[in-house]
Structures are given as structure tokens and as C-alpha cells.
Design a protein around this ligand. Structure first.
Ligand SMILES: [Zn+2]
Length: 202
């Protein structure tokens, strides 16, 4: 999170004739192309979805994750959970937020995941270079100064990623709402190498 990456701009100009009116538009030539004028990023996603749906066939799964695992991870754009963990469609629940921290809402999702949809294992993933390492709870104060209202939520900023993973594991293990807290493991994903490093809970 909080990292900006520049995309190369590769567009071609096409002529579109609609109801007798002719106009020119820039059209991306590849999925990585930058947003062309007139298109929002959401427009791009919707177009991509049409291509996805055209090739999609219903795998006939139910909603219960095949591997009976829930993965809690940071929302960081550099972390592709399915690729990084060899996961397939239908294998797991993925619960993501800023930092991959175990908030009340993550406990809510894990509780539903376990009690209604049969998961038994929990995998927690933080990562190197997380934006939360550069924030403090002062962020809430600054927000309050700006908008006149103090957010009810904690920023959950951290300095030591290993320690924060331990705290997250502890929050899961001690939750009274969860059915299964024996298989809870925590990792730090290295965004430079793609490797996971497991964190000793003690
Ligand atoms: Zn992060």
C-alpha cells in the first residue's frame, strides 16, 4: 500500500463512427496499458470482466473453501496471494485490509468462515515495506484536525513487522468466537524475493 508505480503508456488511436458522428479514441493495446482519455480505471475493469466472462465456465463449486483455510493478508498491490501460495479458484477465503492486521472485522469474517463455511486453518501474511510501518496513531489525530471527527478505528500502525504478526496470531488464537485456533501460522512476505518467512509465535 501507499506505493506509486508508473505504467508505460501504449495506446493506439482508432476512429469510431457512431450514429454518423466520427470521433477518435485512444484504446489500450495491452492489459498493462495506461488509462486512455475518457476511460476511467473502472471502465477498464468492466471491459476486462467482459473478456473474463466470455471465457468463463461455471466450475460448479459451492462456497465452502476446498482447502478449508482462510488467509488474512495486507491489501498491498505487490502481493498476489493466489500465485504466491499456489492457490486455485475455490481453495480459500482471502481476507485483506491495510496491514493484514486482525481487527474486529477480520474476526467477524474468520468467525463466519469457520462457523458457516467450514474453514479450520488460518494463515496470516504481512510483508516487507508495508505502508503501515511509516504511519503512527498520530494519523488519526491529523484526520480529526482535518475533518472534525475522530475515526472510531485504530490505525493499527506498527514498527516491527515480526512483532505485529505475533500479536495478530495471538488475537486469532484467543478469540472466543472461533471454533479452530490450533492451526494458526504467521508469515512475512518479501516483496523483493517473493518468499515467505515464517514467524515463531513465541
Ligand atoms: Zn502492507
Amino acid at each position: 500500500m501507499f506505493f506509486v508505480r508508473s505504467h508505460s503508456t501504449r495506446v493506439r488511436t482508432v476512429t469510431i463512427t457512431v450514429m454518423g458522428m466520427t470521433t477518435s479514441a485512444s484504446v489500450p493495446t495491452e492489459p498493462e496499458a495506461a488509462i486512455s482519455s475518457g476511460d476511467t480505471v473502472t471502465d477498464r475493469l468492466v471491459e476486462a470482466n467482459k473478456r473474463y466472462a466470455a471465457a468463463f465456465s461455471d466450475p460448479g463449486m459451492d462456497a465452502r473453501p476446498v482447502l478449508e483455510v482462510a488467509v488474512v493478508a495486507c491489501m498491498d498491490a505487490r502481493l498476489d496471494l493466489h500465485d504466491a501460495l499456489g492457490l486455485e479458484l475455490g481453495d480459500c477465503h482471502t481476507i485483506r485490509n491495510a496491514g493484514g492486521v486482525v481487527t474486529d472485522d477480520v474476526i467477524r469474517s474468520l468467525t463466519i468462515s469457520q462457523r458457516a463455511l467450514g474453514t479450520r486453518s488460518v494463515v496470516l501474511i504481512h510483508h516487507t515495506g508495508c505502508g503501515l510501518e511509516s504511519l503512527t496513531e498520530e494519523f488519526r489525530h491529523e484526520l480529526e484536525m482535518e475533518v472534525g471527527q475522530r475515526p472510531a478505528w485504530a490505525v493499527e500502525a506498527f514498527r516491527d513487522v515480526d512483532q505485529d504478526i505475533r500479536q495478530s496470531m495471538q488475537r486469532v488464537r484467543t478469540s472466543p468466537f472461533l471454533l479452530h485456533t490450533d492451526d494458526v501460522r504467521g508469515f512475512v512476505f518479501d516483496v523483493k524475493t517473493g518468499l515467505l518467512r515464517e514467524i515463531d509465535p513465541t
